[in-house]
Design a binder for this molecule. Structure first.
Ligand code: HEC
Length: 170
């Protein structure tokens, strides 16, 4: 019964697919149907919750950078260290292993470089208390942020089986 239902679904899905206009016809072009993405960066294909986690971590980077800048302006090196540590390699990594496994080595390396830079920034802020030194470290770290951003983008993909509609059928 279930199998029948499923194969019925498959047939419906196939029919729907076949009924779609051949991609690319609308504008007269034959190939490269989905409009070419002008963004040429490599696309990391992540599930919605994975993309969300990665982008959350990114926003945390930016938030912590702002906290650090603010503390630097006040020469408050204890706060610099504390904030930097929250993004260091010892900080609990919220990205689950199955997501990490989808990320290219180069991506993981650059992410690691940034986390370690935060470690060093924290240590040096405490040990040296030198604002300019910290600014130099931030400047260096931002180059890794930029390098990764110019290489990768995140695409959201849906889980494979999520397409089967559950509302009808029962
Ligand atoms: C290892 C790669 C990598 C590193 C390192 C990295 N990012 Fe990102 N970041 C990304 C990717 C990929 C995106 C998504 C870009 C896209 O899809 O257009 C992103 C997006 C972001 C966003 C947008 C978040 C959102 O909600 O859309 C911010 C802000 C950001 N990064 C800040 C930073 C900062 C600050 C640093 C350095 C401290 C940094 N990132 C380091 C890969 C990286």
């Amino acid at each position: 019964m279930n199998t029948k239902f499923l194969s019925g679904l498959t047939a419906v899905a196939l029919a729907a697919l076949l009924a779609l206009p051949a991609p690319g016809r609308a504008d007269g072009s034959k190939k490269d149907a989905p409009a070419a993405d002008p963004d040429r960066r490599l696309a990391l294909k992540l599930l919605p919750h994975e993309r969300d986690l990665v982008l959350q971590e990114m926003r945390n980077f930016l938030t912590v950078l702002q906290t650090i800048m603010d503390a630097l302006l006040r020469n408050d090196m204890a706060t610099v260290a504390k904030a930097a540590r929250t993004m260091g390699s010892g900080a609990a990594n919220e990205i689950p292993p199955e997501t990490v496994a989808k990320l290219p080595d180069n991506f993981k390396q650059m992410a690691g470089t940034v986390h370690m830079a935060f470690d060093t920034i924290a240590l040096d802020a405490e040990a040296l208390g030198d604002t300019n030194h910290t600014l130099g470290q931030l400047n260096g770290m931002l180059q890794t942020c930029n390098a990764c951003h110019s290489t990768y983008q995140v695409h959201m993909v849906q889980p494979r089986r999520a397409a089967a509609p559950k509302k009808d059928g029962r």
